[in-house]
Design a protein around this ligand. Structure first.
Ligand code: NAD
Ligand code: ZN
Length: 257
């Protein structure tokens, strides 16, 4: 059912949260747009200007790796300065009061961690772009370090330890999904009574399969997104409003800044 107005949407969401034992928030790029990070599909957005570089191309040639890193440095102005928004703070509140054991996210911006959720309880399905890893030995590298090396060498650097390629810690198109986050999400879906999809167009698979997995398992499904999604017909509550506005009343005083 689609909530008819903002007030009734907030009221219904509040009751659902109150009456549910375990809530599983599942977030996408829409929760971070108010933090200055454009979402994936907004017209003219940073993501739509270039065709994504698939994983096999990144591995196959230096020019693709250089281009991937040039693009990453170009979006640093969005990612490097972003602070958690009202949606992040509301979910951190649900987490801190014990309602939500973890947050599952498709986002790569580290903003759930920055809002006070323990890193171990932020399940990242698509990785994290705020740092980099060696694809061979998994050593971690910070973005400023990569940038300094790139500037000095004029090309994407390799791992000083093993010579492997260094890539942001994200999952690219064509790269296999991380086992552990997928497994943990599935486990959480199966024990949750309320699944809230927040700010996702639900078109990127396999992540988009989790709302229906929850629904089929008997959970109540809420979809909060300003645009329709393919799964709205199956949701118990659809809220087509601004995320920050809907979730602001859920921010606990202990979490608010
Ligand atoms: P998406 O861009 O496909 O969908 C975002 C949805 O959020 C859209 O339907 C949009 O209408 C909605 N939205 C945007 N701002 C909103 C607001 N203030 N209130 C309500 N709704 C709002 O994002 P997705 O489903 O997460 O898939 C995109 C992929 O790209 C993800 O896998 C993610 O890894 C990556 N990505 C991440 C970030 C980030 O980390 N912040 C940003 C862009 C893309
Ligand atoms: Zn290495």
């Amino acid at each position: 059912m689609i909530a008819s107005d903002l007030k009734s949407a907030i009221g219904r969401l509040e009751r659902l949260i109150e009456t549910s034992g375990r809530v599983l928030p599942f977030t996408g790029a829409g929760i971070s747009t108010e933090c200055g990070i454009p979402d994936f599909r907004s017209p003219g957005g940073i993501w739509t200007q270039n065709r994504p570089i698939p994983f096999d191309e990144f591995l196959a040639n230096q020019e693709s790796r250089d281009e991937a890193w040039r693009r990453r440095f170009a979006i640093e102005e969005h990612f490097g300065t972003a602070k958690p928004g009202r949606g992040h703070l509301a979910l951190a509140s649900l987490y801190k009061c014990g309602k939500a054991p973890a947050i599952v996210t498709q986002n790569i911006d580290n903003l759930h961690q920055a809002s006070g959720v323990a890193p171990a309880d932020v399940i990242e399905l698509h990785g994290n772009t705020t740092y980099a890893v060696c694809l061979d030995c998994a050593a971690r590298y910070e973005i400023p370090w990569v940038r300094t090396r790139f500037t000095a060498e004029g090309r994407a650097p390799v791992c000083p330890g093993c010579g492997g390629f260094i890539k942001t810690a994200t999952i690219s198109f064509g790269q296999s999904m991380p086992d552990e986050p997928m497994r943990r999400t599935q486990e959480l879906v199966l024990v949750s009574d309320l699944f809230i999809s927040i700010g996702s167009s639900l078109v990127v698979w396999p992540a988009a399969g989790f709302p229906m997995m929850a629904k089929r398992n008997g959970a109540t499904l809420v979809i909060l997104n300003r645009e329709p999604t393919e799964f709205d017909a199956w949701a118990d509550l659809v809220i087509r409003e601004d995320i920050g506005t809907v979730l602001a009343p859920f921010i606990a005083k202990s979490v608010a800044r």
